[in-house]
Structure formats: C-alpha cells, structure tokens
Design a protein around this ligand. Structure first.
Ligand SMILES: Nc1ncnc2c1ncn2[C@@H]1O[C@H](COP(=O)(O)OP(=O)(O)OP(=O)(O)O)[C@@H](O)[C@H]1O
Length: 384
C-alpha cells in the first residue's frame, strides 16, 4: 500500500480445496503488502481464510488444497507465481521457487511461522533446549556448542527466567505462555525478516496475551522484523498492528492503516466486527455481535458475499460484486487502487452504481440473530 518496494507482496492469491462436497474457495483473490518491519494484521471470523492465506504464502497448503492463482513476491523472489489458464489448468512460472528452494532458502531463515498451539510445533518427548539448538544448527552455519549458546540467549531474550535451567526441561514443564515464548525464540533464532504468526496468543489468558504482545513489540523494534499477524480479535489488532486486512469469505474487504480502520471505518463488516468488541470510546452496552453465521466458502453468496448479513444491504448488493478500491469519489479500478489512497474497500455503496436507489434488503428477518461470532465476542470480552 505504499510506493516503497515491499518486503512481501501478495497479489491475487487464490487457494482452493477440492473436496467431495465441492470446491472450497478458501482464499479468493487476496492482495496485500508488507513493508520491512511492519506488523500487518489479517483479521476476520473463523473460516474467513486467514490461516489458509498464511499457509499459502509459505507454500504449506496441504491436500486437497491447492494454490490455483496468484503471485507472492518476497525480496524479489517468487514464492508463488501461478496462473490459472482459461481452460482451468495451472501454469507455474519458471521463476517460482521449488519446494526444495523454499525449504533451503526461505522457511525458518527468511520467513518463520508461529502457530497457535505450541504443542503442535514442539515435540513433547524432547527437551526444549535441544529442539531449539537443533533448529538453529539446521538453519544457521554454526557448531553445536554455538547453537546451544544462541538457544540459551534466545530463551533469555524472550523473557524465560533461568534460561540455562529451562533449556534442559521438557515442553510440558512450561506454562502455555512460556511455551509460546519458546516458539517466538525459535522463530527469531535465525533472524528472519518476516514472521507469520497464526493466532499465537488466542489460547492464552488475557494477562499472558498482553505480555506476549508487549514482547513482540519490543523484539520487533530491536530486530526490525516484519509480521503477518493472523487473528480474529480486533482488540489484538488495535494493540499491535500497523495496518490491517479484513477478510470475509476468502476476500479482503477492507484494508487500511490501523488508525483509519478504527476511526474512519468504511465497510459495514468491519463496522460490525468493531461493534462486537469493547472500545474506550463506546459503552459496553452498545456491544453488538454480528447477526447470522458466515456462509460456506463452497457456495459463497452472489454479489457482495456479506450481503446476507449486512445491515446496510440493498437489492443491488445481491447482484453486483463490489470492486476493491479507494472509497473516495467512487473510484474503483485497479489503477486507481494503486494510486494515492491507502484505504481500500469492497462495498457497492462507495461505487457509482445504483446503491442509493436500490431497495433495502430485510436481513434481520431472513437471518435471525444466530449468535455467530461467539469466538469474537469472547476475545473482546476478555480484553476488558
Ligand atoms: N483441509 C481442508 N479441507 C477443506 N477445506 C478446508 C481445509 N482447510 C481449510 N478449509 C476451508 O478453508 C476456509 C478457510 O479456512 P481458514 O482456516 O483459513 O479460516 P480462518 O479464517 O483461518 O479461520 P480459523 O480461525 O477458524 O482457522 C474454510 O472454509 C475452511 O473450511
């Protein structure tokens, strides 16, 4: 979203799962950028496609999933460069890195990933220090003794008390927060330029989450590491993100700097997400969960995908798929989107179509308040 050369550029990324029930369009034309040292949020409800987008960047999508289109450029190298031909077959460019090159040059060293559940990433039968040391040895050109030294330093760096002693302990001897710190240590161990963090604090209680977010802020300043931060929690977004991509059913529907997103909100979905969390400038009484449950990504609604739940939906939203562009002056084509405005939104009400004259859709009667977004509300409530 800026004229500088970004660290990471994701363009029109599409990832689908080919299941017996049909094709799941998990990520459906997502574009965003990450500048060096920037913390970029990917936010949205469960099933929006955040995790699959994160996995796609690292080429870690598993069967029956496949990246079917798009480009991911990192420091000028093509992590993904796939084009869907008109006959539906896929063409990978020659520039696209092989899986071997991804393993050798990118994963761990250049881009590290932190998952929500540290127990998935840490082997319970090996000591924490040994796992950390092995990872460092594998990815950096150092001896075993040097790797051990770096590992202990990293444990200290992420705030683990008595790191020499904890080095010799097993994962189950660490609390959830401490385990997450170990994963952050592991992610940082090879001094990557980018860390992709997939809901790394969701399982933690609010106090520990706050400590981890503070730690990430400190480390980011020290190492100038950029982050892509996947979360469903707007409270987390407010606390640490520089810029934000709001996802709904596989699409980014609003992207902006964090201040603009919160104080100059454009998309009714973002508005709804923000209403569902407590904020200092709004009373708790006004908390309002989003009505309805997110539809399936196999059969996304026609037109604007949010129209079935949108309080501002009109007839036209059922038919017209909104373009992604700056909200001002109804500018909608991609050239304009790449111009001045850094705030992009996909909503028909900002386009020069017949929104004004279109009949409102009565969503409240068609979609009962089904109590969707319980997860989001829980995140928000905890944040109080
Ligand atoms: N292995 C799979 N097979 C089929 N569909 C999948 C698979 N993995 C993900 N999906 C589908 O892809 C879509 C996006 O899922 P994704 O996990 O990225 O959502 P998310 O926004 O990260 O939500 P969550 O926070 O629940 O992980 C969903 O519709 C999901 O059901």
């Amino acid at each position: 979203m800026s004229h500088k050369e970004p660290l990471l550029k994701v363009e029109n990324l599409k990832t689908q799962f080919f299941t017996e029930e049909g094709t799941v369009r998990a990520v459906d034309g997502v574009s965003f950028e990450v500048q060096p040292g920037e913390l970029v949020g990917l936010v949205g409800e469960s099933g929006a496609g955040k995790s699959v987008a994160a996995q796609s960047i690292m080429r870690l999508v598993e069967e029956p999933g496949r990246i079917v289109d798009g480009t991911v450029t990192y420091k000028g190298r093509k992590l993904v460069d796939i084009e869907e031909r008109s006959d539906g077959t896929l063409e990978e460019s020659e520039e696209m890195l092989t899986q071997q090159e991804m393993r050798r040059d990118i994963r761990g060293k250049e881009i590290a990933i932190i998952f929500q559940d540290p127990m998935e990433s840490l082997n319970p039968v090996f000591k924490v220090g040994g796992q950390l040391r092995e990872f460092i040895e594998l990815n950096r050109d150092v001896s075993s003794a040097e790797a051990e030294e770096i590992a202990v330093d990293m444990l200290r760096e992420v705030g683990i008390p008595e790191p020499e002693k904890r080095y010799d302990e097993y994962p189950h001897q660490f609390s959830g927060g401490m385990r997450q710190r170990v994963l952050i240590a592991m992610a940082l161990a090879c001094e990557p330029s980018l860390i992709i963090a997939d809901e790394p604090t969701t399982a933690l209680d609010v106090t520990v989450e706050g400590q981890i977010l503070d730690l990430v802020e400190d480390l980011r300043e020290k190492y100038n590491t950029a982050f892509v931060w996947v979360t469903h929690d707007m409270g987390v977004v407010a606390e640490i993100c520089d810029s934000v991509n709001v996802m709904y059913l596989g699409e980014v529907i609003e992207q902006a700097d964090v201040e603009d997103l919160f104080y100059d909100t454009k998309h009714p979905y973002t508005e709804a997400l923000l209403r569902s969390i407590p904020r200092p400038d709004r009373t708790v009484e006004s908390l309002d969960p989003i009505s309805g449950v997110m539809p399936e990504a196999i059969n996304p609604p026609s037109g604007c995908r949010f129209h079935t739940r949108c309080p501002e939906a009109r007839e036209v939203c059922r038919e017209a798929h909104p373009k992604h562009g700056p909200p001002e002056e109804g500018v909608t084509d991609r050239e304009a989107a790449e111009g001045e405005s850094e705030h992009l939104v996909s909503c028909v009400k900002y386009e020069n179509v017949d929104y004004e004259h279109s009949e409102p859709l009565d969503n409240e009667s068609t979609e009962a308040f089904a109590g969707g977004l319980s997860e989001l509300r829980a995140g928000g409530d905890d944040g109080e």
